[in-house]
Design a protein around this ligand. Sequence first.
Ligand code: IPE
Ligand code: IPE
Ligand code: MG
Length: 235
Amino acid sequence: MFKKIKLSDNLPKHIGIIMDGNGRWATKRGLPRNLGHKEGVNAVDRTIDALIKFNIKVVTFFAFSTENWKRSKQEIDGIFDLLRNYFINQKEEFLLKGVKLMSIGDVDKFPKDLVDELRNLQEKTKNNDKLIVNLAINYGGKDDIVRAVNNLIAEGKTEITKEDISSHLYTADLPDPDFVIRTSGEERISNFMIYQMAYSELYFPKVLWPDFGEKDLLKALEIYSKRERRYGGIK
Ligand code: IPE
Ligand code: IPE
Ligand code: MG
């Protein structure tokens, strides 16, 4: 199965993943929504292993949007617990796998102990270079642009270029995503990296995020590898 795509050919450098469908996965089984999020963490682990296997260099997982505050306190606290435990438990794993953790979004709104664990893991993994795992938490594409522009104003800029904006987004140090996958069949962007996605290839598989694994990633990469990116030009 793995041999079908030539790995050097036409693979995305940066993949964005909108991990959707955790709630439906749980509800279908008569379970509380947070068990869907819990199972979603296992899918993240599987996906990280598969990304490393396929030699992808950067992944951004959309884990909590600026709109997700609309959910119940119970669900939000459950997501915070999962994130906190993830940061605590992944230390050895990330070092072994060569994963460098990054994050985008306004984490100041998150519990301080969670942010401390995040910063701690970022510091511990900062020299790893096998795979960058970028977590979008309390992230919104519109917020990202507004924040960039406000920072440019604060720097005294009166006229700004596209490059100025790119270099002031949370993703300043990352390439734009070549490929964005949203699971669960919903076909929308939901305020993900809207500026950075201007020319991303999009893919909306039906699979619910907790069921996502290596074979789903491989299928996605096969689809991407056949896409022709024209950027407004002609082949
Ligand atoms: C995505 O799954 C995870 C987050 C938004 C945190 P959902 O929780 O949105 O799952 P559905 O869409 O309700 O199935
Ligand atoms: C998008 O999923 C956000 C994340 C995956 C973190 P949502 O489930 O929040 O998006 P909508 O509300 O269906 O657009
Ligand atoms: Mg959803």
